[in-house]
Design a protein. Structure first.
Length: 472
């Protein structure tokens, strides 16, 4: 079912009873929570809501899981190695729990929405107390209370991994990780069913937030001093489907740009099948929209793209890149690429290498294919040995390294606008920030510049950043 845009206000009264219970249990001591999110920015954003709920319930925070009264790992199901890492980290908590039997260990996020994983936790990780899926984040106060109260009556565990309800909860408190950069989800879930991807299975069907709710959140962020705001969605280009009020992604951006203040808007991820000329024109017309498009191509071979169920071909992809370059000469592209999709031949892989040279990406997120249970690609024949895929992977990284170095080299002598974030790695007397293309730029300056936009002329390219001096 496509999302209806249905939203509900989070009932903050639930936090009051949770706060009272925590106070009763811990007395004068502030209990400590450790929250860690694996995977994508969407997960990081969910993690900020989990921390926001816990802060309202009276928890403080610690970076050391061994010292925490409550540990929550917000999991990712996109790649196999993220799972392995998680189970390693959960295993390590067993000893901490032996030292402190009152510790609560919670797991949530995409992996918990996979029935086989939830079952594995139930059977093989008895010291995990709380498990909740992607559709149950808003239930954290009740679930935690149920667990803490239940312990006194001998009940040990709470599992909340129901199927998706396609409801967006507005007003969940958020404890953001930074004071300049903020993540703002504009939609949840995905309708695309790319053959390798588990997201539609664990995050459910696509549903968009109401434009007014997005605008209100961004107005508040700008008022609080946030200057670099990234809109999040699995496919932001299909934002607005099912909303009562017609508003596509370009319309939403146009409305966001009317908010007064000096700030940048970024967005991810753009699916190439849904990107429109209207969207590119909107980016071209608005200074607040960064001239950077993350446009995951995944493969440069039409046959592989069909097998991936991506619904575009290389010609269409390149026509988007050409149009954007005509309209926005300063535009930069980044992308995701999967190497060694089942059945991919070396000649087909070389077509991806060719595409990288044509588009000249600033940077790439590259992955060797990792089969995900429940997806179509996991059942496909995959005859190419892992060692061979690793060789292709190394070849691709080398090509991108050369392309990236050329791209950065072209910036020497040019001026870029940078949001100053903190000290730079270049040495004492250098500050650092990112430009609109998300490139790290170090420049001579001091800490009074933090939170301000500065104009920098690029002098040289270092391995960690562009390095320059201020000209504003
Ligand atoms: S667009 Fe494709 S790759 Fe992206 S989340 Fe949806 S199914 Fe996964």
């Amino acid at each position: 079912m496509t999302g209806t845009g249905g939203s509900q206000q989070f009932d903050s009264r639930l936090l009051d009873s949770a706060r009272q219970l925590i106070q009763r249990l811990f007395g004068d001591r502030i209990p400590l929570a450790h929250v860690h999110s694996y995977g994508c920015q969407g997960n990081v954003s969910d993690g900020e809501k989990i921390s926001g709920l816990l802060a309202q319930m009276g928890y403080g925070f610690t970076a050391d899981p061994g010292r925490a009264d409550l540990v929550i790992y917000n999991t990712c199901a996109i790649r196999e190695h993220a799972e392995e890492k998680l189970f390693g980290n959960v295993g390590a908590l067993k000893h901490a729990k032996r030292r402190n039997p009152d510790m609560v260990i919670g797991l949530c996020g995409c992996m918990m929405q996979q029935p086989a994983v939830a079952e594995k936790i139930k059977k093989s990780y008895p010291y995990v107390d709380l498990v909740f899926g992607t559709h149950a984040l808003q239930n954290l106060p009740q679930n935690l209370c149920e667990l803490l109260q239940g312990r006194q009556q001998g009940k040990k565990r709470v599992f909340d991994t129901d199927e998706q309800k396609n409801i967006i909860y507005e007003g969940i408190p958020t404890r953001r990780e930074g004071s300049l950069k903020a993540w703002v989800p504009i939609m949840y879930g995905c309708d695309n069913f790319c053959s390798y991807c588990v997201v539609p299975l664990v995050r459910g069907r696509e549903v968009s937030r109401q434009p007014a709710d997005v605008l209100r959140e961004i107005e508040q962020l700008v008022g609080q001093g946030y200057r670099d705001i990234t809109l999040l969605g699995q496919n932001v280009n299909s934002y607005g489907k099912g909303l009562a009020e017609p508003c596509d992604f370009a319309d939403l951006l146009q409305r966001i740009c009317q908010i007064p203040g000096d700030f940048w808007i970024r967005f991810m991820t753009s699916h190439p099948k849904d990107i429109t000329h209207k969207l590119i024109d909107t980016i071209a017309q608005n200074d607040k929209l960064c001239n950077h498009i993350h446009l995951p191509v995944q493969s440069g071979c039409d046959r592989v793209l069909r097998e991936m169920n991506r619904h575009y071909d290389v010609e269409k992809y390149l026509s988007i890149v050409d149009y954007a370059r005509q309209k926005i000469p300063a535009v930069s592209f980044t992308s995701d690429i999967i190497v060694g999709f089942p059945g991919e031949q070396y000649e087909e892989f070389l077509q991806t290498v060719d595409l990288i040279k044509k588009v000249r990406y600033d940077s790439l997120f590259t992955f060797i294919f990792s089969p995900r249970p429940g997806t179509r690609a996991a059942k496909m024949e995959d005859p190419v040995p892992a060692k061979e895929k690793s060789r292709w992977f190394g070849q691709l990284l080398e090509v991108q390294r050369q392309v990236g170095r050329q791209r950065y080299g072209e910036l020497v002598g040019q001026t870029v606008r940078v949001l100053c974030e903190g000290p730079g790695k270049t040495g004492p007397g250098y500050m650092s920030g990112r430009d609109e293309h998300n490139m790290v730029v170090d420049f001579i300056g001091d800490s009074t510049l933090c939170g301000h936009f500065v104009t920098v002329e690029v002098d040289r390219v270092a391995s960690w950043a562009l390095v320059g001096h201020r000209v504003d």
